[in-house]
Design a protein. Structure first.
Length: 140
């Protein structure tokens, strides 16, 4: 694998788009040492870091291909079927799919529904759901 970072003639680095300067410098120092044939001991917190994966994510984000999911598969989410009633239902997310390019479909198998996120009836904590119910009662 080739270098992911580049150095100018004066030794300063040229950043990878979207990378923090600290992350870029750590990777650049590692690549410099590798090119010079030196063995580099990474600090304990960075030994399991996959720099290629970080680069892939930075690239995907820069190209508009990265999505930050609102929760992960296996998370408990809360659904309010009718904002005029006091019913909050809980379910475990079984899958999250991209829907129509800019929304996410959250699969909730026990409730047998697939709400689109963002959605006024879907919440990621019980407290958010309760707050929404209280808000609708004071608004209406």
């Amino acid at each position: 694998m080739g270098r992911l970072t580049k150095r100018k003639f004066d030794g300063t680095g040229v950043s990878i788009e979207g990378a923090t300067w600290e992350a870029f410098e750590k990777l650049a120092r590692y690549e410099d040492a590798e090119e010079e044939g030196r063995w580099v001991a990474l600090p304990p917190k960075t030994q399991d870091v996959d720099f290629m994966r970080i680069f892939e994510l930075i690239t995907a984000d820069g190209e508009g291909r990265a999505i930050a999911l609102p929760c992960k598969v296996g998370s408990t989410v809360y659904w309010i079927p009718d904002l005029t009633e006091d019913t909050i239902l809980a379910d475990t997310v079984s899958a999250i799919c991209v829907y129509r390019g800019n929304c996410l479909r959250v699969m909730l198998p026990n409730l047998n529904i697939e709400p689109i996120y963002p959605n006024a009836h879907l919440f990621f904590t019980h407290e958010e759901a309760e707050s929404a119910l209280k808000g609708t009662k004071t608004d209406g």
